[in-house]
Write a protein that binds this ligand. Sequence first.
Ligand SMILES: Nc1ncnc2c1ncn2[C@@H]1O[C@H](COP(=O)(O)OP(=O)(O)OP(=O)(O)O)[C@@H](O)[C@H]1O
Length: 229
Amino acid sequence: MKMSKLKIIYKNKALVDISFDISSSLALIGQSGSGKSLTIKALLGMLPKEMTVELEDNFDFELIAGKTLSFVPQNPFTALSPLTKIKKQFFSEPKRVRELFDEVGLHYDLLERFAPELSGGQLQRVVIAIALESKPKLLLLDEPTTALDPQTKEVILQLLKKLQHKEQFQMLFVTHDIASAKALCEDVAIIKNGRIVESGKMRDITDNPKEEYTKILIEASFANRKFRT
Ligand SMILES: Nc1ncnc2c1ncn2[C@@H]1O[C@H](COP(=O)(O)OP(=O)(O)OP(=O)(O)O)[C@@H](O)[C@H]1O
């Protein structure tokens, strides 16, 4: 599916002006301030009201946040209500919630707990289960593993891969960390100052980046990974 135009205008200036294709999983990668969050907000319909957006796409579904479009945020520790039992954070009936728990590999006992009583990895599984509740066609992921330790990060990325295979949703993964995106996404688009500077198959871009900006992102991401493991 193709987003042929996503343009975000603020004070007569296009902060973001991009187009991209999602054939299965696309990573949108860029440094801080490159326009990743604004892109996600535009798709979710949550841009600040002083900004205007122009969207043109050929998707075979309407983008409706919470229905066809779901979202996994960066920090699972702040994504859930701390004072509501986990089971109450779903809108479906208990049978469907248990199905979702099976899918994300969580024990039903956790349904009776509160969010602060779960680990980061468990919380992110709950957040993913909630995101899948409406059977979305497109899943937006905003640095979904940044707040997790390296081992849990790998486990969550593998889980997302497995879930995509089973549920057949498409993914747009927004991050500055090309190494984690590589574990999950087939395609990549590099964003700088709100413009795509390079895009293609993940392997081609990581093996043979054309742009200096891409080389810097790759170096930073893989050096950081080596350092941590
Ligand atoms: N509410 C706003 N008003 C004006 N400019 C904004 C606003 N939000 C973001 N911007 C500008 O838009 C550009 C893109 O910002 P955005 O938050 O999308 O970057 P990002 O790639 O998500 O960065 P990070 O990884 O740090 O979250 C930046 O130049 C930023 O200053």
